[in-house]
Design a protein around this ligand. Structure first.
Ligand SMILES: Cc1ncc(COP(=O)(O)O)c(C=O)c1O
Length: 432
């Protein structure tokens, strides 16, 4: 039997660990019909990155939904299925962002009042956007589990329908419509790579794909900092998993949904060996690749499928037709700025070094000329004298430089080593 979490939480009757539901495929078909007028059929085209990774790579661009993520599919289907009384009283949810946005927007379109409890870690742009769609927002709880407890209590007090963003049966069915679209857009796909948070998207999408095309391989991706679906697979039930902060904030769900888990396991939708954990630096690189090569702004959680390919731990993809779901694009601009810099550093295109040079007139100019002659841009330059041990006529210069690529950085490194052979060169160490 499944456990809800390590902590005592109020009950959600739609997601009962003692009576988990395996969502039927017919419900996904119903969802497709119900939501088709208000949901984008997002593109799923062959990517230029295909050649880079030796596969036929297709991106299902769910970040192109109106509110920037696939979550609208399930949210709309769920809202449409409420009783007239529930529609009048309204709904409540706990969400760090995309489910909240989707519910707020479709609640507004359908005239249903929406309340959302968001954790303190929720990205600012998502909080602001939900308010813009007219939802009543409460910021409470350090993580989604704590926010959920607050939301469930409010649901009970005020008679609101609580809508779990990854585990309500209608949510899972709604997300499954992504799978139906993929089957129409890339009918001969071999593999589909799907990010996993609470498991709603993977359960619905994999159910749709595997029901129609059982030979398609589903790969589930989680951030290394929150591998709750894999822990559930190992334990045979949804269990509480300690998580640490991740760039893929939408995937930081410590206990996966019991219905989502049941749907995956009862239908054998994913092989345990096809569950991948991605490192934060690979998520950063995936975001950078999307911007540079796909002209797409994708958030951390939305980029984990590509991150798994970049990380390179998945055997058997070469030459295959692989669909990756880019599930969301809501990333704070300030975070995006930091991600790009970190990814450039990871890519060896932003380098730093310290070198001791002559402090006599022209000494620093010689160094900057050498860098400039190689076509390298200086992003930052600092000079340190008091701690310079070489001699009193030397200065330690620290530089941060932008290069074209890793080879260009290597060329710069070689040139500086050659010009300053005995000058305490320190190349690219984190604490310098
Ligand atoms: C962008 C993005 N991708 C993927 C997911 C994971 O979806 P699920 O919780 O249904 O597994 C989320 C969840 O919020 C998300 O925001």
């Amino acid at each position: 039997m499944a456990t809800r979490s390590s902590k005592q939480e109020p009950e959600d009757p739609a997601c009962d660990p003692n009576k988990p539901i395996s969502v039927p495929f017919e419900k996904v078909l119903q969802a497709q019909d119900a939501i088709k007028d208000a949901i984008e059929v997002t593109p799923c085209r062959r990517s230029q990155m295909s050649d880079l990774f030796n596969m036929e790579l297709y991106f299902k661009k769910e970040y192109m939904q109106y509110t920037g993520s696939f979550k609208e599919r399930g949210a709309r289907f769920c809202l449409l299925n409420l009783s007239p009384e529930q529609k009048r009283k309204g709904v409540i949810a706990a969400s760090a962002g995309n489910h909240a946005l989707a519910l707020s927007y479709h609640g507004k379109l359908l005239g249903i009042p929406v309340n959302v409890v968001m954790p303190t870690i929720a990205p600012l742009m998502k909080i602001t956007a939900c308010k813009k769609y007219g939802a009543n927002i409460k910021i409470e709880g350090h993580n989604i589990v704590e926010s959920r407890t607050v939301a469930l209590e409010m649901a009970k007090e005020r008679g609101l329908a609580y809508i779990n963003g990854y585990d309500h049966e209608d949510i899972i069915a709604g997300q499954g419509t992504i799978g139906l679209e993929i089957l129409e857009q890339v009918p001969d796909l071999d593999v589909c790579i799907i990010p996993i948070g609470g498991g709603g998207m993977v359960a619905g999408t994999a159910l749709a794909i595997k029901t129609k095309k059982p030979h398609v391989r589903i790969i589930g991706v989680e951030p290394e900092h929150c591998p709750s679906f894999q822990k559930a697979m190992d334990a045979g039930k949804a269990i509480y998993t300690e998580t640490t902060s991740t760039l893929a904030d939408g995937l930081a769900v410590p206990t996966v949904g019991v219905n989502a888990f049941e749907t995956v396991m009862a239908n054998k939708l994913i092989d345990r060996k096809d569950m991948v954990q991605v490192k934060e630096e690979c998520i950063e690189l995936a975001i950078l690749r999307c911007i540079e090569l796909e002209k797409a702004v994708v958030e951390g959680g939305g980029a984990t499928g590509l991150a798994a390919i970049i990380q390179g731990f998945i055997p058997g993809l070469e030459g295959k037709k692989v669909v990756v779901i880019l599930s969301g694009g809501n990333i704070d601009t300030t975070v995006l700025d930091r991600v790009i810099e970190r990814a450039l550093a990871e890519d060896d295109r932003l380098v730093k070094f310290k070198v001791s040079v002559s402090d006599r007139p022209g000494g620093i100019a010689e160094l900057t000329k050498l860098v400039g002659d190689l076509g390298v841009s200086i992003k930052d330059i600092f000079q340190e004298r008091p701690w310079e041990k070489h001699d009193v006529f030397s200065v330690m210069v620290k530089m941060v430089c932008e290069t074209r690529d890793a080879d260009h950085s290597k060329e710069l490194h070689e040139a500086i080593k050659k010009k300053y052979p005995n000058n305490h060169l320190i190349w690219g160490q984190p604490n310098n």
